[in-house]
Design a protein around this ligand. Structure first.
Ligand SMILES: Cc1cc2nc3c(=O)[nH]c(=O)nc-3n(C[C@H](O)[C@H](O)[C@H](O)COP(=O)(O)OP(=O)(O)OC[C@H]3O[C@@H](n4cnc5c(N)ncnc54)[C@H](O)[C@@H]3O)c2cc1C
Length: 373
């Protein structure tokens, strides 16, 4: 059932809770070991309507607000940070740019499929030697044969091996910096697009992360997303919103680690463990307040970049610290390879990196706070 068929009164948090406890949770460790997303989870995620959470109702989506999306991602991430991250990328940085910048023809062609869960979306900005400084992209496009030819390599692209539509960024001329960059939407199976290495990651295993090779990839004029030269702005805008989703995923890991820590402390209480739980509670509460504040500010239509960066910064640090302290409280059992506490620590380590590192959030926040004062 699509998100819009479920109707505007759907309790999406209950849908997410049911999916997390009945489908995702039971297979989270298997996913971590195999580093594969089970077909059952991919199918159920689509059938749940959650993949259409943010799309407009006229294209089959639920048009849910950011607070609802954040609560869904947090809930899924308690069960599996990998699945929550796949959904966050699909909604915010793959479906989002098509909805916000696509022509009516592009939206009609792609958004209903993304919203129904038939299609999975990906976002390809990072390259082998370009990460934080995305204005320096080396993947190039040129105009040819009434369309475009693209050449280059993308790195660390979440879901790109399975993705049906990839929102990808390339430059007309690296000398032009951000002004040379344009966005493209590339359907699966386009000749010249292939998957290179599949990266074996520390955390969020089960969410595939791949290298994409663009070997004289030919695209029609209709593949360009938004005006030519506006790709950098489109990417930055998508990432600002996406950061609230990634912060919610980190919050889910922090919450899962906190609950494990509390259970372990209750089984073998000691004052130092009570102190650790009390501190973790403070970190978790602060992260939660920031994530939902960022969501509310965005939902009110106000500038939200500072709130989104602060939420991502604090939630990813909370996830790392609580997961790390959780290992101490769990004792030797937590340090066992394959223990849930160990998986949470590995998953937590990814969140200070994706969709802008901690240092980049500090740069964004610092510039914004100081330069507007
Ligand atoms: C699991 C995972 C999934 C990902 N999924 C995607 C995806 O779907 N699509 C996509 O496009 N990318 C994706 N990425 C890439 C991710 O966005 C980049 O890894 C990230 O932006 C950092 O880039 P980098 O790894 O090249 O590090 P670099 O930019 O080389 O940075 C290395 C270190 O230097 C620091 N640093 C860099 N510049 C500065 C500065 N000016 N001041 C202070 N410190 C600085 C960084 O904070 C970092 O600690 C993913 C990454 C991971 C790990």
């Amino acid at each position: 059932m699509t998100a819009s068929e479920r109707g505007s009164t759907t309790d999406w948090l209950s849908v997410a809770r049911s999916l997390a406890s009945n489908v995702i949770g039971p297979r989270a460790d298997e996913m971590d070991r195999s580093d594969r997303l089970p077909e059952q989870i991919r199918t159920q995620l689509g059938a749940s309507g959650l993949m259409g959470l943010t799309a407009p109702t006229e294209f089959g989506g639920a048009q849910a607000n950011t607070r609802v999306v954040a609560s869904v991602l947090e809930t899924l991430s308690v069960a599996s940070a990998a699945v929550a991250t796949i959904l966050s990328v699909h909604l915010a940085v793959a479906t989002g740019p098509v909805v916000d910048h696509g022509t009516i023809e592009q939206k009609r062609a792609w958004v209903p499929k993304l919203a129904s869960g038939e299609w999975l979306g990906a976002f390809a900005l990072t390259e082998p030697s370009v990460g934080s400084d995305a204005a320096k992209l080396a993947t190039r496009y040129s105009r040819a044969d009434g369309g475009f030819h693209l050449r280059g390599t993308k790195m660390f692209t979440t879901s790109a091996e399975s993705a049906d539509l990839i929102v990808l960024f390339a430059t007309r001329d690296p000398q032009l910096g951000p002004h040379g960059i344009s966005a493209f939407a590339i359907p699966k199976g386009t000749t010249g697009l292939s998957v290179g290495q599949r990266l074996n990651k520390l955390g969020i295993r089960g969410s595939e992360t791949v290298e994409l090779v663009l070997d004289d990839l030919a695209l029609p004029e209709s593949a360009m997303l938004g005006p030519e030269g506006q790709g950098f702005r489109i990417a930055m805008e998508a990432l600002a919103g996406g950061r609230i989703g990634i912060a919610a995923c980190a919050l889910g890991v922090a919450r899962a680690a906190f609950e494990q820590m509390r259970t372990a402390a209750a089984q073998d209480p000691a004052d130092w463990k009570r102190t650790a739980v009390a501190r973790a509670f403070g970190e978790l509460s602060a992260a939660s307040a920031l994530v939902y504040r960022a969501a509310d500010v965005k939902d009110q239509g106000l500038p939200f970049v500072e709130e989104a960066s602060a939420a991502k910064l604090v939630a990813s640090q909370a996830a790392m610290h609580i997961a790390s302290t959780g290992l101490d409280v769990a004792g030797i059992a937590g340090a066992r390879s394959g223990s849930p506490a160990e998986r949470l620590l590995r998953d937590a380590r990814v969140f200070p990196i994706v969709e802008g590192t901690t240092e980049i959030q500090e740069l964004i926040l610092g510039r914004s706070l100081v330069d507007r004062s």
